[in-house]
Design a protein around this ligand. Sequence first.
Ligand code: FE
Ligand code: FE
Ligand code: ZN
Length: 277
Amino acid sequence: MTYLGAHLSSSRGFYKMGLEALSMDANTFQCFVRNPRGARAKAADPADLAKLRELMTEHGFGPIVAHAPYIMNPCSKDEGIRELAARMMAEDLELVDQLPGSYYNFHPGSHVGQGVETGCRQIAAMLDRVVTPERRTTVLLETMAGKGSEIGGRFEELRRILDLAACGDRLGVCLDTCHVSDGGYDIAGDLDGVLEEFDRIIGLGRLKAVHINDSLNPLGSHKDRHALIGQGTIGEEAILRVIAHPALAGLPFLLETPTDDAGHGEEIRRLRSALRR
Ligand code: FE
Ligand code: FE
Ligand code: ZN
């Protein structure tokens, strides 16, 4: 079974998102668990979460991914912003723990001139505060395009965070096809080579989820502008090779292309029918 889904616009209940995913021919989804720009967490309704869990079991959903808010920067120069990141992640993880088997994905952050090593240390320190023994959700570091002072544009940087964090063995990675291509990894031309490099540096066992996006910009551009599947520099054939790659079997594949739920539904159906050919 291929787990295909998309980032859903949230601001509605969890059960409703499950229904929306089903209507799109999806069997996984990604969502924010709070306003992407807002610092305030929404109170989770236990009955709503229970209904989603039931729907997911009934329809054989793969793991779903909660995405951290974009404003989170655990390696900011400003201690207040680092504190806010820790508080948001701790609150979000409490909520996501109520959906067993789900993932929580975050952008490692931007070191804003402090340097990669200091940034990695600050990220690892935050993770060690919030990924406490009672937490059940696996936290994922996302591969980034390496825009500005963003950490995570190189596999080595994610490896460094995993090594620095005492909770490192419990963490995973989410690979974003647009970001790695923009980061200089030739996912379109040499998927096997990129996955071999990922395996050598991070370990494929750590890879828990994949964001499938085309890119508006060429390999190594460090831009991070997503394109619709087939309308970018990666191309639909290369995206299909990612989804069908045996080393990635069983992972949730999530669209974050610039369209709405209806557009994502069309992309999912098109990808599913291409995979059957
Ligand atoms: Fe992301
Ligand atoms: Fe992404
Ligand atoms: Zn992106």
